[in-house]
Design a protein around this ligand. Structure first.
Ligand code: AMP
Length: 217
């Protein structure tokens, strides 16, 4: 039984770490950002609304997000745990999540707070490329694919997320500092936060995460 929240600014490496954690601990990866991108791709009503906010680097309004997140959390695969990546992102969402979990007599085990400084985040995000087919991520300079524009894993086409442009990235980092950083204090008060330095090598960050997960009460 493992219920985790992954916090960290855009570009902190949450997606990469999430994939590894979920495989290692056999829990589903719940990324509200991924769910929203799927809605946009499928052209749903929700997707149309979400897109307006996402492309500006703003948060999707709490009521919409909470509805989508709770609908996902009641699915059967979440009974024995989950990793929330990108949710909650505001104190209101965290309060709603607490209520949702306590009504089911469960709670969050650990909040992993990955920190990376702004300059590094900008470099990582603006150079990020994602595979359209399998979601694998690359970096044009730090981790280029073997063939430009082609995924090493599945030969899918690589693209730049529409919210990974310089102006939007800057805004997303500001939104994170203003609205999501207060969550760290919210969870710190109940002693659930593990602070992780995300600027180091991937494996080092992973080891710290495993130690923090092993350390839960
Ligand atoms: P991500 O893939 O987590 O970086 O999310 C991409 C975008 O989706 C964010 O910049 C927000 O516009 C939106 N989003 C994802 N999760 C949330 C959330 N929990 N609350 C509000 N907006 C969200």
């Amino acid at each position: 039984m493992l219920r985790l929240i992954l916090l960290g600014p855009p570009g902190a490496g949450k997606g990469t770490q999430a994939a590894r954690i979920c495989q290692k601990y056999s829990i589903p990866h719940i990324s509200t950002g991924d769910i929203f991108r799927k809605h946009i791709k499928e052209g749903t009503e929700f997707g149309k609304k979400a897109k307006e906010y996402m492309n500006k680097g703003q948060l999707v309004p709490d009521d919409l997000v909470v509805e989508i997140a709770e609908a996902r959390l009641i699915e059967e695969d979440c009974i024995h745990g989950f990793l929330l990546d990108g949710y909650p992102r505001t104190v209101v969402q965290a309060e709603k999540l607490d209520k949702f979990l306590s009504e089911r007599n469960v709670s969050i085990d650990k909040v992993l707070d990955i920190k990376v400084d702004k300059e590094e985040l900008m470099t990582r995000l603006i150079g990020r490329r994602v595979c359209r087919c399998c979601g694998a991520t690359y970096h044009v300079i730090n981790m280029p694919p073997e063939k430009e524009g082609i995924c090493d894993v599945c030969t899918g086409e690589l693209y730049q997320r529409s919210d990974d442009t310089a102006a939007t990235v800057e805004n997303r980092i500001e939104v994170y500092n203003a609205l999501t950083v207060p969550l760290i204090e919210y969870y710190d008060k109940v002693g659930k936060v593990a602070h992780i330095d995300g600027s180091r090598k991937l494996d080092t960050v992973s080891s710290d995460i495993d130690a923090a997960i092993g350390d839960r009460e």
